[in-house]
Design a protein around this ligand. Structure first.
Ligand code: ATP
Ligand code: MG
Length: 306
């Protein structure tokens, strides 16, 4: 078994039992160990290339080539890799927005890709996504209240007042005000828009949030604020993150373990500390070298405002 094939468990321990939802209905024997929140096994996705000629068979691009890992509830796994390494393909497959060529995605022991459509729709409350682009991912014609409430629409209909109360609660959780519910996306900064996107992901009280480059469109100072917010939310709610970034420093901020993806395959995995201090794969070393370092100021350097 190569290190790439080894099952990747980022922590041991049971997932919190307080949460409820459609994926928790499966009874479990007392001595049966809790399944990991998320288990991805040998996941692969080939995309067909355009035909070169009328009678030539379509070639396939392997975007993901057999990726396996597990994530325990309440922990975070980072996925890093350069552009085109398969990160978003992995995110779409985990979110069941695309179908794998082979392999499985199990959330609390249930294979998302073989669930009947109605069961998958109900299960979606347990896993939500935050996208990279806080400008493109929020409909400019809708109020924040409607945007944030959107994931509730696939669940049982609730009275409007109850829905608004839920929206105000999650806006408060992400540091926005009640009055913001009636505004439109253009009235917010990039960082605030990403808070709105996080509120939308939180509203169904998901067990898993897949965040695909959630801060790469933001200024560095705002990046830290959004990552700190995600960390605080995790401490309060026990939500699990699958955090995707091309930047090793970003995932190190939030993740217990990191998986390095290159050309659709895992080339290295470990804690952020281990990857930074002793990267084994030349590609990981290149990612480490790409992280800007802040050199300590020489002694005697004035530190007052510039
Ligand atoms: N729908 C699609 N059809 C054909 N090829 C695709 C499709 N989606 C992705 N690919 C190809 O799969 C590979 C992986 O793409 P993916 O978007 O997963 O990379 P990524 O790591 O998210 O890159 P980035 O950092 O630029 O977002 C690329 O070669 C891409 O061109
Ligand atoms: Mg991508």
């Amino acid at each position: 078994m190569t290190p790439q094939d080894a099952p990747f468990s980022i922590a041991v321990g049971a997932y919190p039992t307080s949460a409820s939802g459609p994926l928790h209905s499966k009874p479990r024997g007392l001595d049966e160990p809790a399944p990991p929140l998320l288990r991805v096994t040998d996941l692969a996705r080939d995309y067909p290339l355009p035909r070169a000629g009328l009678f030539t068979p379509r070639a396939q691009v392997p975007a993901l080539r057999g990726v396996s890992f597990q994530v325990t509830a309440g922990r975070s796994l980072g996925i890093v890799g350069e552009s085109g390494s398969g990160k978003s393909t992995l995110a779409r497959l985990v979110m069941a927005l695309d179908t794998p060529t082979r392999g499985t995605v199990e959330l609390l022991g249930r294979n998302l890709h073989t669930l009947p459509a109605a069961a998958l729709r109900a299960a979606r409350r347990d896993f939500q996504m935050v996208f990279q682009d806080p400008y493109g991912s929020l409909d400019p014609r809708q109020t924040v209240e409607r945007i944030v409430a959107e994931p509730l629409h696939m669940l049982a209909p609730a009275p409007r007042a109850q829905q608004r109360a839920q929206v105000l609660q999650v806006l408060d959780q992400v540091g926005l005000r009640s009055a913001d519910a009636d505004k439109y996306p253009h009235e917010f900064s990039g960082g605030q828009r990403q808070r709105i996107a996080i509120a939308r992901a939180l509203i169904t009280r998901p067990r898993l949030i897949v965040a695909d480059e959630p801060v790469s469109a933001l200024d560095v100072s705002v990046q830290a604020q959004v990552l700190n917010l995600m960390q605080d939310l995790q401490e309060h709610s026990g939500v699990t993150y699958l955090l995707i970034s091309h930047d090793l420093a970003v995932v190190s901020h939030l993740c217990d373990e990191v998986l390095v993806l290159r050309e659709g395959a895992v080339v290295e995995r470990g804690t952020p500390q281990a990857l930074f201090s002793d990267p084994q794969h030349p590609y990981t070393r290149a990612l480490v070298d790409a992280v800007p370092r802040v050199e300590p100021a020489p002694t005697g350097t004035p530190t007052g405002p510039l």
